[in-house]
Design a protein around this ligand. Sequence first.
Ligand SMILES: Cc1cc2nc3c(=O)[nH]c(=O)nc-3n(C[C@H](O)[C@H](O)[C@H](O)COP(=O)(O)OP(=O)(O)OC[C@H]3O[C@@H](n4cnc5c(N)ncnc54)[C@H](O)[C@@H]3O)c2cc1C
Length: 454
Amino acid sequence: MPDWEGLRARVDGVVRLPGEEGYQERSSAFNRRYAGVAPAGVLSVSGVADVARGVAWARAEGMPVVARGGGHGYSGQGTAAGGLVLDLQGLDTIRVDRERELVTVGGGVRSGELYAELQRHDLAVPLGNSDQVGIGGLTLGGGVAAVSRAFGLTCDSLVETELVLADGSLVRCNETEHPDLFWACKGGGGGNFGVNTSFTFQARPTVPSSTCLLLWPLADAPVVLTVMQRIMAAAPDEFAARIGVNRTGADGGSVSVIGQHLGPASELRELLAPVLAAAAPERTVVEDMGYWEAKDFLHHETSGDPFAVRTRTVTEPIGPAAIDTVLTALQKWPGSGNPDGAGVALFTWGGAINRVPVTETAFPHRDVLFLVSMDTSWSPDDPAELRQANLDWLTDLHTAMGEHARDASYLNFADPDLPPARALAAYHGPNLARLQEVKRRYDPDRVFTHPQAV
Ligand SMILES: Cc1cc2nc3c(=O)[nH]c(=O)nc-3n(C[C@H](O)[C@H](O)[C@H](O)COP(=O)(O)OP(=O)(O)OC[C@H]3O[C@@H](n4cnc5c(N)ncnc54)[C@H](O)[C@@H]3O)c2cc1C
């Protein structure tokens, strides 16, 4: 029987066990695919010292220990069956050094909290499109935002981070102190090397923007995907777009383009002109927006009902055969009760992301034009066979796309259905060996681990 009273006596934060108020909220995964995962207990830390105490206690008990930032990991990595969850929400400080444009945040801050503080100072850090995502998971796995083609990844803005290591010590890492560990924290993944208790980012001035939202019926997909990819392959770094095809249980499907341009709407309309001429959208919104309005416009939150995502990458537009593979699969989608449905999205990467040499940070995807993201979702009320049919459908699509796209995968869109060795190669590519060396040095007993850990 674990010594919970011993832990309670040792920490300043709150320990919650199954059935106790707040246990579920502070320890569960956002993706309800993992609703059945039951940690032994959760420690809501009140400061850095609690992190070290929690890690030491779990080690003494022989219990797995997992840090939970925003809980938004796709594969439920922020919780652990039978383990101790370190709920980092209490590490919530945000400090802005206006003069040097440096922002230091606690390891449990969520993107929305940081966005709000950055907005007060009108400073930009690329943070992605969900307010609920934790800065920990986002940064450690890379972090892609609509502005990343101009400003780089979230981890590319990181200048310093502090971690509690497996032995309880607190280390500061940057270009000169523990540089290998710092390198690993730039895209090598959360839950591997320690618990990051703070992150310092180099911010920059914001830029006025414009945004677009274009919608077509699914029948227009071949022409829209072809022309839109061509536009993005030649687009300036200031423009990024998500090109998606999607079906839900309630409709026949649609094609969408949603994007942000760090420039006026007049320029954006010019960039989009070939696709607007190729097929008239059912809905066209192209508007000037302030940087913060654009961020709100792109904000994306889902219900958290169960979902699965698998990814690949391409360095060039996908051709007619790949588009046919996607559209044939969409026709075969088994359906579900989740209004998010299923689809394929091409996220435009490149630009500033690709100007960083592949071995300079742990994030390895530095030559990608599109992240190919394939997803499906279902409802907790759907029968088990339909859930399985959705997962099989996604696996078949992922396999079929192997003909057209690389066996590479974005760590922040974690894919639990990849076997561990294949996942490690797909997530980390040529940087895996160095990550494994850093792991051996900083966590030799593998205190921080999960099925796809380094
Ligand atoms: C609705 C939604 C929108 C999203 N939008 C984007 C987007 O625009 N761009 C993008 O790149 N990604 C996006 N993601 C993916 C997201 O970046 C990843 O899922 C990320 O891992 C979530 O981090 P978290 O802290 O919320 O999750 P958690 O599940 O809490 O953590 C994920 C992993 O990181 C570890 N971890 C978390 N915090 C720390 C820490 N401080 N120290 C050490 N380890 C830590 C955990 O142990 C776990 O292994 C989105 C996800 C969702 C669900």
